[in-house]
Design a protein around this ligand. Structure first.
Ligand code: IPD
Length: 276
């Protein structure tokens, strides 16, 4: 049993409690699927229930901290320098469709800096945890990003725009480039888990547009602590507040940015270009 910091212990306790409620609710969703009644209302309730449990547990342990939440927005804390950034169920569409791939995502931010992250898939009981400078674990085992250095050998994850969501044309250009250059592309439907899988080396890279900070804050900590890079798709910023995110192992991060954006990059004396 790994020794965890007090802050991670607080996050784990809250996530495990909310996770038990989500697992019960997911069982109901599977029944609702066949009853032909809309599942959306029920899932909205499940989302809110998870969020309420997380707020209550985290507030009990750290009464002064604030919140940024997917469902309830901002809750100011007495301590304005410390807050939780939370998605109570990331992968809601999967949840609605009875697909067991979704997660609770909790990040802890101090003075504007992300210092701890938790991503928990309660169905598979996979708990990804990271704290700044302390590395990252999956169910107490240490993780690293993959070592693959050629995009041609890499499996990439992405989020695909859909009805009423995202810019489809520019995305298709990115997808075409990634299809032509990589070993495979996956669209699993939870950005938090996509990032956790990059941290675990299951995916070599991940990119998406139009995400919210609660989808990715915890995952960003995981990828960085696993030795990966997180920026926007152009290789700038930290990906949290940007309209796009690109997370990958260090070897492919820049070439992947160049491939997706179609912009040549300079690495020392070598000029890398998007493959034809
Ligand atoms: C969604 C997931 C999904 C991504 C969507 C997000 P939600 O979050 O992260 O992978 O493609 O853009 O909105 O709504 O299920 O919390």
């Amino acid at each position: 049993m790994a020794i965890r910091s007090p802050i991670l212990n607080v996050m784990v306790t809250a996530a495990e409690k909310a996770g038990r409620a989500i697992v019960r609710d997911f069982g109901e969703v599977e029944h609702l699927q066949v009853s032909r009644k809309g599942t959306n209302d029920f899932v909205t309730k499940a989302d809110h229930r998870s969020e309420r449990i997380l707020i209550s547990e985290l507030s009990k342990a750290r009464p002064d901290f604030g919140f940024l939440l997917e469902e309830s927005g901002v809750i100011k804390g007495k301590d304005e320098n410390r807050r939780w950034i939370i998605d109570p169920i990331d992968g809601t569409t999967n949840f609605i469709h009875g697909i067991p791939h979704f997660a609770i995502s909790i990040a802890y931010e101090e003075y504007g800096e992300l210092v701890a992250g938790l991503v928990y898939n309660p169905i598979f009981d996979e708990m990804f945890l990271a704290e700044k400078g302390q590395g990252v674990t999956l169910n107490n085992k240490r993780l690293r990003v993959s070592a693959r250095a050629q995009i041609a050998d890499c499996v990439l994850a992405t989020g695909i725009p859909h009805l009423g969501r995202g810019e489809h044309e520019p995305y298709l250009e990115q997808l075409t480039a990634a299809m032509g250059g990589s070993a495979g592309i996956r669209r699993f439907g939870s950005a938090a888990l996509d990032l956790a899988y990059v941290a675990a080396g299951r995916f070599d890279g991940f990119w998406e547009s139009g995400l919210n900070s609660w989808d990715i804050a915890a995952g960003i900590v995981l990828v960085k602590e696993a030795g990966g890079f997180v920026t926007d798709i152009n290789g700038k910023g930290d990906g949290l507040e940007s309209p796009t995110i690109l997370a990958a192992n260090t070897a492919i991060h820049r070439p992947l940015s160049a491939l997706l954006t179609g912009k040549p990059i300079k690495t020392g004396r070598t000029l890398l270009r998007k493959p034809n």
